[in-house]
Design a binder for this molecule. Structure first.
Ligand code: GCV
Length: 671
């Protein structure tokens, strides 16, 4: 064993991270305070001190405030997948890992336990390995610096068509990711500019990869399938064309020369106007395999998105299944199909995409959306762990019924931008955190995650943590209730996805971009009939679920209007009550926040209070817009004990919110 105090000098380069400063939210959940005297960390002889291990040592020596000494030791028996083991004997805690990244994860686990008051008992063994091999954060950042569906400012990677980043910010970003186990990031939008593969651009991207690598994170890129045509004027991007294959081979070699641990490509093909193999008469598998073949020798993967839906299809929910099921078994094994959790598009609530049950011979990864495109952007508090838990729970329940289920990877569309608190809203940071924690261990409960996030990010006081945990865990259901309860979906205003516009009608627009395609309200009832006698979508589910969803009596209420068109008299009262429940929950959020004021610093308190107040108003806006609009068809009064609307339908229908990325500054312009 040797003392590492000398090495600590080397670590001055990391100083600055986590220093006490004003509470602007920038430090996220990593608000650790250093002890007066740095902790001494001992390093076992069997360990190679890489730069990543140096970071682990630095983190512990600067922030470990307990009396136990820490010994870091390489593992004699391998611990798989960057896992780690923590044991305590008397006053010595031993952290063991087989890889340097495992050591870093172990260091963050120790600090998390310290910050959340979890003791490690004498002789206790804490042993952790991540459930999924790839825990991927997808950024929808454009090279001009804008972020598609981003509500937290501009890109931290790109500006004015170029790679442009602040090294310190990227280091802090990498550190935050590593602290929750994220090990891959895709830095650019799936609606990808071919320019990202330009040699000069790659050269600068490699500088980002160099920083991420220190924290065990592999960089990936979204690629435009027609890149060979745009960048080098090839006549085709046909995946079976020799020249095209050679182009990709060379490009991939160029990338690996610059970024030896490059993770791979994420591809949105033949979807929403993006080019793809089908433009050349080839299949998704032809396209994905061509890329997989050139990446495989370097250890790279292809994440091929299954988010496809053709214009004028009778049921958008059925499209991806129809397109991808026949291809099951034809993808190479370094291709992972990336499938959105639900069959439509990151709605506040959807059933699990049937592809997760159907696909048997291809690797799969769910795609969640951390950025709140459909759940209130950076204004509403909507803690998404309960929604993602619902997904994992349904998958697990079905696996028990005999359906195969093992994912290799999990991905989430990031909510990070260059705003001072990274996510635009302080509460939205919880979703970044929750994504990482669930990607590491999908068995964690929402309460556990909320609790540890709150303790680290705000205060450990139980009078703060308990009510706020309850509020966070209720928030997703509240959002569903005041926006789209009982299985309603996609009744957002056209052009953006913030406010309600169930009436939205834009001549010339695709039908499946308009709310009425989804709610199908008419004089006979409301809801999308996806039963066996309707669109037939239920039949894409395993028999047990198909039967359950097909029958209006057994269909879970939360999916009722997703699968059934039901008469008004059977649903009107329930609908009104659900909306009201959501509104009163949202109103309660502001009250809860006011009740914990003394535990929160002024800056974050004020900033968040405004958002909670806006959220309550928006809940009313949603409730009134939807109920008053539907009432035109139901012709039924609101139940007597339901409050009178605060808005008039005509006023709401006249109001038009044509802003894609509006910020807190625009909040007062809403109804
Ligand atoms: C990146 C939805 C979003 C788009 C997004 C697309 C996708 O349609 O509104 O902004 O594009 O999903 O996931 O590809």
């Amino acid at each position: 064993m040797k003392s590492l105090s000398t090495c600590l000098l080397l670590m001055l380069m990391f100083a600055g991270i986590g220093d006490a400063s004003a509470e602007d939210g920038h430090r996220l959940w990593l608000r650790m305070v250093s002890p007066k005297q740095q902790a001494e960390i001992r390093v076992g002889d069997n360990m190679i001190v890489t730069k990543t291990v140096e970071i682990a040592i630095d983190e512990l020596s600067r922030f470990w405030r307990r009396n136990e000494e820490i010994v870091m030791s390489g593992s004699v028996t391998p611990i798989s997948d960057d896992g780690f083991r923590i044991t305590r004997k008397g006053g010595t805690i031993t952290l063991t890992a087989s890889t340097d990244v495992g050591m870093l994860y172990g260091a963050y686990e120790l600090l998390r336990r310290q910050e959340t008051g979890q003791k490690i008992e004498n002789n206790q063994v804490v042993s952790e390995t991540p459930r999924y091999q790839f825990r991927v954060l997808d950024h929808w950042d454009n090279m001009d610096g804008t972020i598609e569906r981003g509500y937290a400012g501009r890109s931290v990677f790109f500006k004015n068509g170029k790679v442009d980043f602040d090294k310190d910010i990227i280091r802090e970003y990498a550190r935050a990711n590593a602290s929750i186990g994220i090990n891959m990031v895709v830095i650019n939008n799936v609606n990808a500019s071919p320019k990202v593969l330009d040699e000069k651009t790659l050269f600068h991207i490699a500088d980002i990869a160099d920083i991420l690598r220190l924290y065990g994170i592999r960089l990936c890129l979204s690629v435009n399938f027609a890149s060979p045509m745009s960048l080098d004027s090839l006549k085709t991007a046909d995946p079976l064309d020799e020249q095209v294959r050679d182009w990709w081979k060379e490009k991939v070699m160029q990338i690996y020369k610059l970024i030896p641990d490059f993770g791979g490509f994420l591809v949105k093909a033949n979807s929403e106007g993006q080019p793809g193999p089908m433009d050349f008469g080839r299949s998704h598998a032809d396209g994905a395999n061509m890329l997989a073949e050139v990446l495989r020798p370097h250890g790279g993967i292809v994440m091929w998105r299954a988010f496809v839906y053709a214009q004028n299809s009778p049921d958008r929910a059925s499209q991806a299944y129809e397109e991808f099921m026949p291809l099951d078994g034809t993808f190479m094994n370094n291709v992972i199909l990336q499938i959105k959790n639900g069959p439509i598009d990151f709605q506040p609530r959807e059933p699990v995409s049937p592809l997760f049950y159907g696909i048997q011979k291809t690797r799969l990864m769910p795609e969640f959306q951390i950025t709140q495109e459909y759940t209130g952007e950076s204004i509403h508090t909507c803690f998404l762990a309960p929604m993602w838990r619902e997904f994992f729970d349904e998958i697990a329940a079905n696996a028990r019924q005999g359906s195969r289920r093992h994912f290799t990877a999990v991905s989430g569309v990031s909510n990070v931008g260059n705003s001072v608190n990274w996510c635009g809203s302080d509460m939205a940071q919880a979703n970044w955190y929750a994504f990482g924690r669930l990607a590491w261990n999908p068995d964690m409960t929402s309460e556990q995650i909320a609790r540890e996030w709150l303790q680290q990010t705000f205060s450990k006081a139980d009078k703060f943590v308990s009510p706020m945990t309850a509020m966070l865990c209720q928030s997703h259901e509240a959002v569903v209730s005041y926006m789209m309860p009982l299985g309603l979906h996609h009744i957002f205003a056209g052009g953006h996805h913030y406010g309600p516009e169930p009436w939205c009608h834009q001549p010339g627009w695709r039908e499946d971009w308009l709310p009425r395609y989804y709610h199908k309200a008419d004089s006979t009832g409301v809801g999308f009939d996806r039963t066996r006698t309707g669109s037939g979508n239920v039949a894409q589910y395993p028999q047990r679920l198909a039967d359950l969803y097909d029958n209006v009596e057994t269909c879970p209420e939360k999916y009722l209007l997703f699968f059934h068109h039901v008469p008004w008299n059977s649903v009107w009262e329930r609908l009104c009550r659900r909306y009201d429940m959501g509104v009163s929950q949202a109103e309660g959020f502001a009250e809860t926040w006011r009740s914990v004021e003394k535990y929160v610093d002024m800056e974050r308190y004020e900033r968040q209070l405004k958002r909670f107040e806006r959220q309550a108003k928006d809940a009313w806006w949603w409730r009134d817009a939807c109920l008053l609009y539907f009432q035109q068809f139901s012709k039924m009064p609101l139940p007597q004990d339901c409050p009178a609307p605060r808005h008039k339908l005509d006023d709401l229908m006249r109001f038009s919110l044509r802003m894609d990325n509006y910020t807190a500054a625009d909040m007062d312009k809403l109804p």
